[in-house]
Design a protein. Sequence first.
Length: 318
Amino acid sequence: MAVATEIVQPGSVSQALAINGRVAAETSVTVRAAVSGQAITVSADTGDLVAAGDILVRLDDALVQAQLGQAQAALEAQQVRQRQAEATAERALALGENATRSSREDAEWALAAAVNETARLQAALDQVQRQVDQYTITAPMAGTVLSRGVDRGQLVDPQTQLFVIADTSMLEVETDVDELYSARVSAGLKALLKPVGASIAQHGTVTFAAPVVDSATGGRAIRIAFDDPVSLPVGQTVNANVIVEEVPDALSLPRSAIVTDGADSHVLVIDDGLVASRAISFSDWPADRVIVTRGLEEGDVVILDPMAVSVGDMVEAE
């Protein structure tokens, strides 16, 4: 009886973890307004390139502009009063002994109070000016607008997501690893990244592995950076193979050739033309081939379909 076999030979074996992820920008920001108001102009759209400081949205600031005018008027009036107090204090000082001590002190106290009030009104004006500035929303960074969530005439508040802007010049893959294998993944591991629809895989490197496993999903978040710049749409699916270990002289077998019963595993081999059982240990890994760590030697002939024969059968290798 002829059976399919494989002769055990040492060779280089890579243990890779196959996972799916999505393209993401290394740096992105969600733009929101610090105040509530009605959008009167929207100056950017999805796909636009923007520079840091570019105006994205202007909100109706009529009310705060009125408050600004009032604050400016109050400060200007107070500045006049301060100049008057300064003149009075200067006259009292110039009179010297011809002015009473109490009149000189009153002039000095009046000037100090005027200076303090001017400083207070200046601070109030500065505060209103900062509020005015908040009604003009600008880009916090240079990048590409990934999404727009505001239209002209819309009422927005600090919870409204106006834009998402990302630096698409540096892309990475965001994914997570099942907790069963998460301990084997760390920053610095190499990976092969193949975007859906691509015929050639790109080289990448794991740049981040979360210090905790998400209790809700049972996954450990990781990020993989492309070693070379790529041009891909954010959100595209990427098939990633993270190389967790490379063994140069390993003995490996197809997983299907191994019979596992409880905690024990064995393979069937041909020994002097007869089927014999050989207990083995192997490094369990989610792959078609596994590394045998004990029980086999170079040159052993392993039967690939252990269900097709029984121990003691007389067989020959195909």
